[in-house]
Design a protein around this ligand. Sequence first.
Ligand code: NAD
Length: 544
Amino acid sequence: MLENALEIGENPKELIIYASLGRAARSWEEAHRIVAALLELEEDETLVLQTGRPIGVVPTSPRSPMVVSAINNTVGRWSDPERFYERAREGKTIWGGLTAGAWQYIGRQGVLQGTYELLRVVAERHFGLQAGEQALGRWFLTAGLGGMGSAQPISARMLGISSITVEIDETKASRALETGGLDELTRGPAEAHRILKRSIDSGSSVAVGLIGNAADAFEWFADNDIVPDIVSDQTAAHDARYGYVPAGYELDKWVELRETDPARVETDARESIARQVEAILRLQGAGAVAFENGNNLRAQALEHLGEGETERVNRIPGFMAGYLRPFFARGIGPFRWVCLSGSEEDQRTVDELAATLFPNRPEVAAWIELARTHIPSQGLPARSCWLGHGERSALARAVNERVADGTISAPVLFTRDHLDSAGMTNPRIGTEGMRDDSDGVADWPLLDAMLLSAGGADLVAVHSGGGGYSGWMQSAGVSVIADGTEGAAGRLSRALDSDSGLGVLRHATAGYEEAVHSAGSGGETGNAPVRLIAAPPDVAGDDD
Ligand code: NAD
């Protein structure tokens, strides 16, 4: 999985996997040491990783994790971006992203379904889209075609929604075109809009890439009263130094200046982000549905505009509080698997199991069909599939049986994004606007990691935010391998059920009715009970 993440990552030479700085290991030297240690590891041993380097091997048991990893966790007063950058420069720390340092990255597919589910809920809620229908004629204005952002036009296409995605780096935009993520690539916003309109008028959908700066382009659309149906952004705006190119900067000047004059780059980036946010607010005022897609865009704009503008800027809702939380409350979130054989045949078998095991939720089978049609493969055959409490372990056990009887040719790894029901605390992204005001409470990912270790997951990771996310994020990650053994069946059940079960309990405790119901009814399958003891708070229930 480490090698897979590097193979499909954004900049493997520097071990950068995605999100501008998310790294798989501290250095290449440490990466080689990690691989050497893993190759020698015994069944009853656990490899300890500290911030992307191997520290030692300790005797545990065959039911214990193979790897435990903690990345960049520092006490509160150390968690500021300046200290992070300084220590990172000195080789003393890294940011592990969410899935980068825990080797769970599966390419753009990892967030693709999240964006798809988000756009689907938007289209259902605002445009009256019914299950199975296409939202042809609707269009989405967004930016960023990086590791994660390049999923946006594909997610929109799955729903028949056309898109214009602004990207400053021509190499990234061309790559999206070559790999099928875009249908057309152009330079001027007027030309991009002409292409879009031509396609919509002819009754089809199109994914247009627009080479340019997002602040300038979004302003152009607002100035010309060209209003998309949906507007968002997925540049790496969370990091004002390394993630967002200020308007007027050439790429090579930006790369140079962020080392020689970082303060200026950050000021200029925040000013441009503020312009982009103003344009989004104007488009929203003219009828577009706007949301922030997990990249701290609003917080960066507020650094420039001042706290006094908070209420106005927050008219743009975050994607979680605005749309996705009801899924997380039921433990439904970005679950995924990877066929370690590399065999497409194995992938088909797991896809078919997932499509048939949950007849009560036909959206799962519909997603598998869409994913097979629209998602170009990257690295080892992998699938992201939003499954809920009880469903994840049920699928994993079924796969484990197929590995045991040889239908599937090699072990399959089950994992999830850290941005999941129990695994994440980020008061600006995943846990914004929690009903019980627990947005910044980091107990949940820590409890999650403890439960995952107790349940015998194969890899358990605890990450904290770095760079622009310093002090804003705590997450837990998990990987469990179905190798066909009885031991694996137990570990898959315990680890996956305790993970999604804790997510359900967390949301029940916070006052989400879906979660209280899920806890009482044994999850989505009825076979995964968790016992709720805490009394949910008395909440009004209309805050999200
Ligand atoms: P990335 O660094 O790989 O890509 C960012 C892209 O934005 C780059 O291609 C860059 O050239 C482009 N860009 C930067 N400034 C620009 C500008 N002013 N105009 C146009 N293009 C510009 O990052 P990524 O992995 O794609 O992640 C993007 C963001 O999404 C990050 O902030 C990340 O933390 C966040 N994220 C959100 C979720 C989620 O669940 N919604 C998941 C993963 C990542």
